[in-house]
Design a protein around this ligand. Structure first.
Ligand SMILES: NC(=O)C1=CN([C@@H]2O[C@H](COP(=O)(O)OP(=O)(O)OC[C@H]3O[C@@H](n4cnc5c(N)ncnc54)[C@H](OP(=O)(O)O)[C@@H]3O)[C@@H](O)[C@H]2O)C=CC1
Ligand SMILES: Nc1nc(=O)c2c([nH]1)NC[C@@H]1CN(c3ccc(C(=O)N[C@@H](CCC(=O)O)C(=O)O)cc3)C=[N+]21
Ligand SMILES: [Mg+2]
Length: 296
């Protein structure tokens, strides 16, 4: 039997409707939440994500400010932009799109963001708050994954979650969030990476498998336990002459075959991506509440 398709598109729209009420409450008080997005360089995929974020802001009635800088921008110039956004009263939260060009130290930039305006929750202060289970902001992609699991009826409590990938923006925070003592968590977590021995065997023990590798169709049917829930974070562009744009977006999971053994699976596109965007909106709105001493 084919798996339940967990639609990030539908779940994110449901969350968007909940957020509309939160925005209306602020607007009644004369407050418009503002999100800033800094993009360095011309990476076409990054541009699409940034545009998606700006469209979501427009849809929800948030003010958005895109700061587009050339790839040659110096680290100092970028840090100055961060300082400006930190000081801008109309911008309640912002993010700097990663990756940055090689001549810029990403950690230095992230460290410069005011932790109370840190829409991504990438600042070490927020990483620490998240890890101890007392977050100000939650990182958007991992939080979106948690919401998808819970809202699709696949609560991770007591389940063995196998994560493939240990990046600071996906793998590690997914592990930290799902192992937490608390609602929507309480999972037993294993994290695999490029140095993992017996990766196939470990993945096969997962009740929930989260793929965050960046390698098209890396997770195949033979690696998945019958009835497992599969979350595909990967967004890989692969050439496809038959597609309008000349490429197609594919996940880290071999969707067509894995759906035959999984009990539930997320598609790409329309899975984790839209969840990331809506959780980012949630952080911007929540920052506007906090900046005005309001309870969200
Ligand atoms: N939908 C969304 O909202 C988002 C999607 N993404 C997508 O998710 C994917 C992962 O992103 P990100 O975490 O930033 O990527 P990174 O490249 O930072 O991390 C990839 C991880 O996968 C591991 N890995 C790579 N190759 C293998 C392998 N052959 N076997 C086992 N592990 C391997 C790496 O191991 P090691 O640490 O040893 O190098 C690393 O930990 C990408 O496709 C990205 O585009 C990312 C963010 C948001
Ligand atoms: N500081 C920072 N914060 C991020 O959150 C961040 C980042 N840097 N760098 C890159 C990754 C990637 N990411 C995605 C966001 C939306 C979609 C998304 O909307 N995807 C759509 C399709 C988009 C398309 O058509 O290409 C979908 O999956 O349905 C995907 C990926 C955020 N990231
Ligand atoms: Mg760099």
């Amino acid at each position: 039997m084919d798996a339940q398709i967990i639609s990030g598109k539908e779940i994110s729209e449901q969350i968007r409707e909940e957020l509309r009420e939160k925005v209306a409450y602020l607007k009644d008080r004369g407050i418009t939440p503002g999100l800033g997005v800094v993009l360095v360089g011309e990476d076409p995929a990054s541009k699409i994500y940034v545009n998606n974020k700006i469209k979501a802001c427009e849809d929800l009635g948030l003010k958005s400010k895109a700061v587009i800088l050339p790839a040659e921008v110096t680290e100092d110039e970028l840090l100055k932009k961060v300082d400006e956004l930190n000081a801008d009263p109309e911008i309640h939260a912002f993010l700097v799109q990663l990756p940055l060009p090689k001549h810029i130290d990403e950690n230095k930039v992230i460290n410069r963001i005011d932790p109370h305006k840190d829409a991504d929750a990438f600042h070490p202060f927020n990483v620490g708050r998240m890890l101890i289970g007392d977050p100000i902001f939650m990182p958007a992609t991992p939080h979106g994954i948690q919401e998808m699991l819970v809202r699709s009826g696949n609560d991770p409590a007591g389940k063995h979650v196998v994560i493939i990938g240990r990046s600071n923006i996906v793998g590690k925070p997914v592990a930290a969030i799902l192992m937490q003592k608390g609602k929507g968590a309480n999972a037993t977590v294993t994290v695999c990476h490029s140095r993992t021995s017996n990766l196939q065997e470990i993945v096969k023990t997962g009740d929930i498998v989260v793929a965050a590798i960046g390698s098209p169709r890396f997770i195949t049917k033979d690696m998945i336990k019958e009835g497992a829930v599969v979350i595909d974070v990967g967004t890989n562009r692969v050439e496809d002459a038959t597609a309008k744009k000349g490429y197609r977006l594919v996940g880290d999971v071999d969707f067509e075959n894995v759906k035959e053994v999984a009990s539930a699976i997320t598609p790409v596109p329309g899975g984790v991506g839209p969840m990331t965007i809506v959780m980012l909106m949630k952080n911007a709105i929540s920052a506007a509440y906090k900046a005005n001493n309001l309870e969200m």
